[in-house]
Design a protein around this ligand. Sequence first.
Ligand SMILES: Nc1ncnc2c1ncn2[C@@H]1O[C@H](COP(=O)(O)OP(=O)(O)O)[C@@H](O)[C@H]1O
Ligand SMILES: [Mg+2]
Length: 361
Amino acid sequence: MTASGAHIEFRGVQKRYGAMTAVEHFDAVIEPGSFVTLLGSSGSGKTTLLNMLAGFIEPTAGDILLDGRSIVSLAPEARNIGMVFQNYSLFPHMSVAQNVAFPLAMRRVPKSESERMVADALAAVQLSALGKRMPRELSGGQQQRVAVARAISFGPRVLLMDEPLGALDLKLREALQFEIKRIQRSTGSTVVYVTHDQSEAMSMSDEIIILRDGKLVQRGSPKDVYDQPANAFVATFVGQSNTAAARRDGKVLSVPDWGLEIASEAGQDGQPCAAVALRPEKIRLATPDQPVAQAEASAAAIIENVQMFGNNLMVHLRLRSGKLLLAQQFRTAASDKDELFVIGAAVHARFHPEDLHLLND
Ligand SMILES: Nc1ncnc2c1ncn2[C@@H]1O[C@H](COP(=O)(O)OP(=O)(O)O)[C@@H](O)[C@H]1O
Ligand SMILES: [Mg+2]
């Protein structure tokens, strides 16, 4: 199971099905040993990209390189890539150990060596004791761990995972996210992970590639895509954001939906501004009589709903324009008693203009 990650490069990769383009001119370099996630909603082209890398689908155009060598004409088993699929794909008539040994048998690894590699892979997913079980005798989480063991048993330099935890409940998903990260660190392999779950992408990845309709929308670290969303789609897809149309006139940024005209230096250097985005956690609620801190923007609103999320609250605010604004507030002993969070209360939503993201679409 000793592996070190491969360098992956997509060059102008495209996949068409008749008139339908599933992946459009995709370029990306993935560094050895990194954990990169393809994030997008259903139909955005994630599985198609992964299957082209694995060799199950041939690109219509473009090239895919592993360590600088084109692999598009290589059969899947010649690519040294391990893959975990969303649906439990274990062979039902084989034991756990036989499943994990399967890729080794395909590669004609001698039996004694294969036994050692199977034992290592099962140890990595903490299932050493269950080698003799049949898949039907395992829970869903255990089955997916066996699928991971099978994908890493032959020491692949690239590990692909297509929504591997999609069918599991939240607690188990979080535990397995942690295990997958641990396995990746110990094997050093390059991981390309697919999910439609932005929180999973945020918590696991070194880098996230956001796809929409077969096109790359933004690429960056979890922090980058959260703090600097490229457009309104990313701002609302990764975490929550309030978005509104905006217009700049000299030093004033007008946001009509929020009834605000904000003196702001940001984006004056010719940067187009068609919209703004504001994270709910950047909004502070105040009673109307509290003085506005210097440089804060302030909009009057009525509390329409309060959602409880354990240690924080999501407050739904109705602005005078009729538009909704979401404000996340931490719960404190004071806020539990506070009349500020009562439905129907008149409040002011306040924020610092530098927390606005200016968007050009
Ligand atoms: N074999 C196929 N024939 C025709 N269209 C396909 C085929 N496979 C995928 N597609 C289409 O390509 C697009 C991307 O699919 P896919 O890569 O599976 O998306 P994702 O994994 O992000 O949900 C979708 O619109 C899908 O319907
Ligand atoms: Mg898919």
